[in-house]
Design a protein around this ligand. Sequence first.
Ligand code: IMP
Ligand code: MG
Length: 177
Amino acid sequence: MQGDIEKVLISQDEIERHVAEVGRKISEDFAGKDPIFVGVLKGCFIFMADLMRRVDIHCSMDFMAVSSYSGTSSTGAVKINKDLSEDIEGRHVIIVEDILDSGVTLSYLKKYLEVRKPASMSIVTLMDKPSRRKADVYADYSCFEVPDAFVVGYGLDYNEKYRNLPYIGVLKPEIYS
Ligand code: IMP
Ligand code: MG
């Protein structure tokens, strides 16, 4: 599997340091606010597991599953496959994403959740690809800004594979063909 990787873009060490830093900031900003972290499955699962262990305030967690992608290009459509099980009215919601690309998914999700009247809504993303943005949405917390390349690992997939890589890498071009 690791033989399919052309290069490591972000190492395990770097991920650990930046995730810890963001966890520390969120802990400061949300102390006493009992936020609810909403992970966007499946891509968030490794990032969220590590981030939550760096957050040392009272908080709760929930998950949503959405699909917007097939292969490496956006279909533009967002589908809710699993909704929240908790009530978010009056809560400080922190959406946890793997990567903010075109922003289509998150801008849809924000509108979708806004009608439930949360006290606030913030976004934390592992990676941000600002050059690809189509929707007017930004991350309040981002661990890494990345160039316009398709990346895999640490939760992110290519056709459901490579999520279990411990780092973030770029695939060899022949893998896509
Ligand atoms: P957006 O709606 O274009 O912002 O896309 C967001 C979703 O697309 C992310 O949550 C990922 O699941 C997926 N995605 C975007 N870029 C990449 C990438 O480089 N590698 C893997 N998945 C990606
Ligand atoms: Mg995702």
